[in-house]
Each structure stands twice: as C-alpha cells, then as structure tokens.
Write a protein that binds this ligand. Structure first.
Ligand code: FAD
Length: 291
C-alpha cells in the first residue's frame, strides 16, 4: 500500500522511524529492532538515510526487510551529493525490492562544505520532481514546524513547502517538536500558504540525556517549561527519565489526536521497548476513527 492510500483510510495512523546500521556486522541487530517494531503493526516504518548517503545500501536492505514483514516501508533518500544517475539507480533497486514509498530529502553537506557549481540537486523539490520523472513512487517530504535552521524566515520556509507540493509531494513529515501549539500554528500557517498535503506529526520520546543533547544539536526545537522541568528533575535518573519521556510523548499524541491530527510519526531511536510502551498506552485511541 502507498502511504498516500494509508492516509486516505479513516482512523489514526501511527508510524515509526528506524535507522539502519552503519556496518554490515550490525545488520542482524537492526533486523531484530525492525521485527520488534513491525510486531506493533505501525501504519508504516520509515528507514533513515545516513548523512551524505553513507548507509545507502543498508537503508535499502532494511526497507526491503520491513516490506517482507508485511509492513509498508518508507525509504529515506537524500540528494545533496547525488547525481541523477545515482538517484535513478537507488529508485530502480528499491522498486525491484517492492519498496514504493520514498521520503525525498536534500540532506546536509559536511560542515564547512559548499555546493559544487555542477550539483545535480540543490533542494528537495528537485529530487521530488526527479522521483516523479522516474515513476512508480509515493513521495513524502520534510517540513519544520519551527522553521528550517537555514531558512531566512518561517514565511519563506513555508514557500519551500509549496515548491515541494508543486513538485508532486504526496505528504509531509514534520521535524520533532515538543510543544503541540507550535504544530497547530504551523498547520494553520501552511494552509494559509496553500499547502494542503497531509502532514504526519513527528513525535520523539525523549528517554535519556544522550537524546536531549542530540535534539539540541540537530534541531531548533523549543522546549516548553513542562518538558524542561522533567529534564531537570529526572535527566540524571535513567529509569525515571524513561518513564517520564514515554508519558510525555503519550500525552503529546493524545492531545494531537484529540485535536484532529490523525497521522503521527514516532522517532523510535531504534528502541522497540519504548515504542511498545507508547502503543500500549494509547491502546484504543489508535483503533477508533473517533469521528
Ligand atoms: P530543502 O527542502 O531543500 O530545504 C532546505 C532549506 O532550503 C530550507 O531552509 C528551505 O526553506 C530552503 N529551500 C527549500 N527549497 C528551496 C528552493 N527551491 N529555493 C530556495 N530555497 C529553498 N537527513 C538525512 O541525512 N537523512 C535522513 O534520513 C533524514 N531524514 C529526515 C526526516 C525528517 C522527517 C526530517 C524533518 C529531516 C530529515 N533529515 C534527514 C534532515 C534533512 O536532510 C535536513 O533537515 C536538511 O537540512 C534539509 O532537508 P530538506 O529536504 O528539508 O531540504
């Protein structure tokens, strides 16, 4: 099934993100993570693409594995260093393995590097167009409720979502956020800009101090007082932080669903136990259409 079709079915769709291993000898561990996550019957499982495409082979391999378990795979693909031929090669390989959903991303250049003058792709909308030219894929793209860090301002960042929509994106997935009000305001502003694509809201359960550092280095997500109080009180107590992080993410998702957000993407950080706890907490909330 394509993700576009999944989003057209009634009900709440909770999907999960996994990342592939960096080395061949960790492939079995990654498969075990994927098996445990697929047992939760998520709407789909997305598989990230290492910066500069350095885990490309494993992204394909894990995506094909997800499909083999009867769950729809969404394979991430970045274009920042890629040629058109290389992109078409990856798409051919995915198609041959039965993967028909791709998250089209620009990706990031290594720190300090500049775009070569002959770069084949400068922005994700160009990759989306290339995927459509290839044919046979449902295409997702990224969006940033608090603005992309490079964007001149949030208004121009929303223009780039129009470019993605006009290039043929089928849906958007958000960067993580910890304050649902930020998402509701973003959805409202995006609609005003004419962005009508379905949006899947990215929720990250923060269950340890390492993740907190990663979030702060990777994204400009603002952290609400309620979240900061949890970090202050439990950040140095791993067992308590895990419980509190799962509860916070569960609460965020319940509020999203209560406010009509039906597509939610869980950044699992390859922690099936954490994902399972959230699925269990939500129980019937995931099953009904609530309409
Ligand atoms: P773009 O859409 O190209 O946007 C980049 C910047 O350029 C923005 O500031 C935007 O406003 C601006 N812009 C966009 N289009 C235009 C245009 N046509 N003209 C002028 N300006 C424009 N990275 C990985 O390496 N691997 C992954 O697997 C991965 N998965 C991700 C999943 C999600 C859900 C998200 C939100 C991000 C993910 N990333 C991943 C990170 C992503 O690659 C970076 O955030 C990157 O900096 C931007 O990617 P993009 O596709 O949003 O780029």
């Amino acid at each position: 099934m394509t993700i576009r079709e999944t989003f057209q079915t009634p009900g709440v769709h909770l999907s999960c993100e996994v990342f592939p291993p960096k080395a061949f000898d960790k492939l079995d561990d990654a498969r075990a993570v994927v098996r445990a996550i697929c047992q939760l019957r998520p709407a789909y499982v997305s598989v990230t693409y290492g910066a500069a495409g350095n885990t490309q082979r494993f992204t394909q391999e894990i995506s094909a594995y997800v499909q083999s378990l009867g769950v729809t795979a969404l394979s991430h693909l970045t274009c920042v260093n890629a040629t058109r031929d290389a992109v078409n090669g990856v798409l051919d390989a995915l198609q041959a393995q039965g993967v028909h959903n791709v998250l089209a991303l620009r990706g990031d250049l290594p720190e300090g590097a500049a775009f070569p003058t002959d770069a084949h792709f400068r922005h994700a909308n160009e990759l989306i167009a290339a995927i459509h030219a290839h044919g046979g894929f449902c295409v997702g793209a990224a969006c940033y409720p608090e603005g992309h860090p490079e964007a001149f301002d949030r208004d121009r960042d929303l223009d780039s979502l129009r470019f993605k929509q006009d290039a043929g994106a089928d849906f958007l997935t958000t960067q993580m956020f910890f304050d649902n009000t930020v998402l509701y305001q973003f959805l409202f502003r995006a609609l005003k800009k004419g962005v009508t694509l379905p949006v899947s809201a990215g929720v990250m359960p923060v269950v340890n101090a390492r993740q907190i550092r990663r979030i702060l280095s990777l994204s400009s997500a603002s952290l609400p007082q309620r979240f900061l109080a949890i970090l202050d009180r439990f950040g140095r107590d791993p067992a308590s932080m895990e419980k509190a992080g799962i509860a916070y993410a569960t609460d965020q998702i319940i509020d999203l669903v209560a406010n009509g957000v039906n597509h939610i993407h869980l950044y699992t950080m390859n922690r099936p136990d954490v994902a399972r706890a959230i699925f269990q907490n939500l129980g019937p909330i995931l099953e009904g259409s609530h309409e």
